[in-house]
Design a binder for this molecule. Structure first.
Ligand code: NAP
Length: 271
C-alpha cells in the first residue's frame, strides 16, 4: 500500500477549519509519533477518497457536508455508522478503508462523565446528523430517548428510524418529563446570543449542548445559572477525537493535552 512520510492524517470538509489539526497534531506530538494532520477544503469528496488510497493517508476525518457522500466509496462501514447514516472517520488499515462514526461515542462518553445513561429520560432537540448520532448513542446506552425538532416531518422520521419516541416541535419540550436535555441543533454554534430552550430549563436537568463554539453557549450559561449540571460540546468533540486517535494510531489518546489544544484554538478564533 502507498505510504507517506511522515504518516499523513487529515480532514476533508467544505471549507478548511483548523480545530481538528490542532487537536490531532497535539495528540501525535504527545504520543511521540511521526504523524502530521492536514485540513483539506475539498469540493469533490469522491476524488478525496481516491486520494486517500493513492497517497496512503492513514486516517481521514470527514466533516460537513460530506459525511454521507463518502459512504458508497469506502470498502467497509462500521455497524454504528451504517445505522446513523454518516461517516466522520475513515480508517485506512493496509489499504482497506473503513468508515466509522465517532460522534455518537463522543456524546456518550461526555455524558457518562456526569451520569449513567441507563434508564434516564433523555430529550434530544434536533434531527440533523449530530442529532442522529446523539440519539443512536443514548439508545445504545439504554436511555429512554424522545426527539423534538423544528421540522416535524424530519424529526418524526428520525425517531421512527432509530426507535426513539417522537415528542413534537421544540415548543412541546417540558422540562419536568426529563432527566437530561441535549441541544443537537445548529442553534448556538457561533451564535453566542442564541438559546433554543430559552426560559424552558429547570434545575434538576443535566443539560448538554453539541455546539462547541463558544465553549459556554447561551444555553449552558442559562443552565449553570439555574444550578443544572452541564456537558459542553467541547467535551463531546474531544471524546470523539480520542476515538479517532485510537483508530489511527492504535494507542490510548492523551485527552488532557488534546482538550488544552482545542480550547487554545477556540480562544484564538475568538468564540
Ligand atoms: N460537539 C461535537 O462533537 C459535534 C459533532 C458534530 C456536530 N456538532 C454540531 O452539531 C450541530 C448540528 O450539526 P448537524 O450536522 O446535525 O446539522 P444539520 O444536519 O444541518 O441539522 C441542523 C439541525 O438544527 C435545526 N435548526 C437549525 N436552525 C434552527 C433554528 N433556527 N431553530 C430550531 N432548529 C434549528 C434543524 O432543524 P430543521 O430540521 O427544522 O431544519 C436540524 O434539526 C452543528 O453546530 C455542529 O457543529 C458538534
Amino acid at each position: 500500500m502507498p505510504q507517506s512520510l511522515p504518516t499523513l492524517c487529515g480532514s476533508i470538509m467544505g471549507s478548511p477549519f483548523s480545530l481538528s489539526a490542532k487537536i490531532h497534531n497535539a495528540a501525535y506530538a504527545a504520543l511521540g509519533l511521526d504523524y502530521t494532520f492536514v485540513c483539506f477544503g475539498v469540493d469533490d469528496p469522491v476524488a478525496a477518497v481516491a486520494a486517500i488510497r493513492a497517497l496512503g493517508v492513514r486516517g481521514m476525518n470527514v466533516s460537513m457536508p460530506y459525511k454521507t457522500a463518502v459512504i458508497a466509496h469506502l470498502d467497509a462501514i462500521d455497524e454504528a455508522a451504517k445505522v446513523i447514516g454518516a461517516v466522520n472517520t475513515i480508517n485506512n488499515l493496509d489499504g482497506v478503508l473503513t468508515g466509522y462514526n465517532t460522534d455518537y461515542l463522543g456524546a456518550v462518553r461526555a455524558l457518562e462523565e456526569v451520569c449513567a445513561l441507563h434508564n434516564k429520560r433523555v430529550a434530544v432537540i434536533g434531527a440533523g446528523g449530530a442529532a442522529r448520532a446523539v440519539v443512536f448513542g443514548c439508545l445504545q446506552a439504554e436511555a429512554e430517548v424522545t426527539v423534538f425538532n423544528r421540522s416535524v416531518e424530519r424529526g418524526a422520521a428520525l425517531a421512527e428510524d432509530l426507535g426513539a419516541r417522537w415528542g413534537g416541535s421544540i415548543e412541546a419540550f417540558a422540562a419536568e418529563s426529563f432527566d437530561i436535555v441535549i441541544n443537537a441543533t445548529s442553534v448556538g454554534f457561533k451564535q453566542p446570543q442564541s438559546n433554543p430552550l430559552d426560559g424552558r430549563l429547570a434545575s434538576h436537568l443535566i443539560v448538554m449542548d453539541v455546539a462547541f463554539m463558544p465553549v459556554h453557549t447561551a444555553l449552558l450559561l442559562q443552565a449553570q445559572a439555574l444550578g443544572c449540571r452541564t456537558v459542553a460540546g467541547t467535551r463531546m468533540l474531544v471524546h470523539q477525537a480520542c476515538r479517532q486517535i485510537e483508530l489511527y494510531t492504535g494507542k490510548p489518546a492523551p485527552i488532557d493535552i488534546m482538550e488544552q489544544a482545542m480550547l487554545q484554538e477556540i480562544q484564538r478564533l475568538k468564540l
